[in-house]
Design a protein around this ligand. Structure first.
Ligand code: F7E
Length: 327
């Protein structure tokens, strides 16, 4: 991506002496490009977080999703092998809780560990399943230090705006500041295990420092619904809401406000349902069991569900205040 907005605060031009890092143009659909970059850098560690990562969008772009998420992973593995870097370069593959599919009839009842069965329910999940298995296969076939982190949802104030958490925290900030009227969402009852990206990225690094290459679930073990997320996001600004109606007619209204700065009209409608945000096959519940990561690597998340939401809402309030101050 040519957009460096999210790293500008740490990015220094390669022209200066000892830059913190150097950017290369990369494309996971282009084998020669990937091979050339790996040949130039001869990296000790590769973290493959590149993906078409939006589950809903993968239903509209299934072939492209497979090219990037499935074959893109193969291109990295094969480049490292072809270049003879198997003994030098460790690889972290960003696998995902979407591999499990969250089917309610699944015997795990929505709480998954490293031995739970996979049943992906989107082109995104199916492509990532290939990425998971090809990583495991290169580990077993060529004895490479390559690992899967099976990450449950991980969020922060840098989260893309079309994922539900950031969509909510942005909208809550805008509604509280009087810039937006209400938010439109899809399935309010979808339950996810939401952690903070900082905790999860630390764990990615720990995975590559561990003694043996392996696959790891990274999660908090706590499941919350989209509805819980919305309620808690409004609460950060002292805005209390209640839900009325059901299905496509469900709405949420303001019941009272406890902070002088964010006084909304009592009874104001702040949520409607938009069926466009439902998925052709929905994943109801995904909760992870990170016991192995805790016991074997000593990893513990530092952020709670509430502290994650607070950080995201406060950051978005600041973003919109700064923006409107500037214009
Ligand atoms: O949806 C529901 C939606 O798009 C979460 C990616 O990082 O995590 C992420 O995938 C839930 C779903 O993330 C809206 O139906 C309701 O059940 O934020 P999301 P995701 O699909 O869970 C996994 C682990 C990854 O690997 C992915 O790359 O929220 N939902 N209403 C909505 N979702 C969105 N986006 N927008 C809505 O309006």
């Amino acid at each position: 991506s040519l957009n460096t907005q999210r790293i500008d605060h740490i990015y220094e031009s390669p022209q200066i002496k000892n830059p913190k890092f150097i950017l290369h143009y990369g494309d996971l659909t282009d084998s020669m490009n990937i091979t050339k970059i790996i040949q130039q850098c001869k990296p000790d560690e590769i973290y493959n977080l590149g993906a078409m990562s939006h589950v809903k969008v993968s239903f509209d772009t299934p072939e492209y999703t497979a090219q990037v998420n499935a074959l893109g992973t193969l291109r990295i593995l094969e480049a490292v092998k072809l270049l003879g870097l198997e003994k030098k370069t460790k690889i972290y593959q960003a696998s995902t809780s979407e591999l499990y599919g969250g089917m309610s009839e699944n015997k795990n009842k929505g709480c998954y560990n490293e031995s739970s069965e996979f049943y992906p329910r989107s082109p995104y999940g199916v492509a990532k399943l290939y990425g998971f298995w090809i990583t495991k296969n290169y580990r077993e076939a060529y004895n490479m230090f390559v690992c899967n982190g099976i990450l449950f949802n991980h969020e922060s104030s840098r989260r893309g705006e079309t994922f539900v958490t950031r969509k909510i925290t942005r909208a809550v900030a805008q509604i509280a500041l009087g810039i937006k009227d209400k938010i439109y969402l899809g399935n309010l009852d979808a339950k996810r295990d939401w952690g903070h990206a900082k905790d999860y990225v630390r764990m990615m690094w720990m995975i590559l420092q561990s003694e043996h290459a392996d696959d790891w679930v990274i999660a908090t073990g706590v499941g919350k619904t989209v509805r819980d997320f919305l309620v808690n996001a409004f609460l950060v600004l002292g805005i209390h809401i209640k839900f009325e109606g059901s299905g496509l007619d469900e709405k949420a209204y303001v019941t009272h406000c406890t902070k002088d700065e964010y006084k909304l009209e009592i009874g104001k409608e702040v949520l409607s349902i938009d069926p466009n945000y439902f998925r052709p096959s929905e994943v109801d519940t995904l909760i992870g069991d990170p016991t192995k990561a805790k016991e074997k690597l000593g990893w513990f998340p530092k952020y709670s569900f509430e502290s994650l939401i607070k950080e995201m809402v406060i950051s978005d309030v600041k973003l919109f205040k700064d923006h409107y101050r500037a214009v």
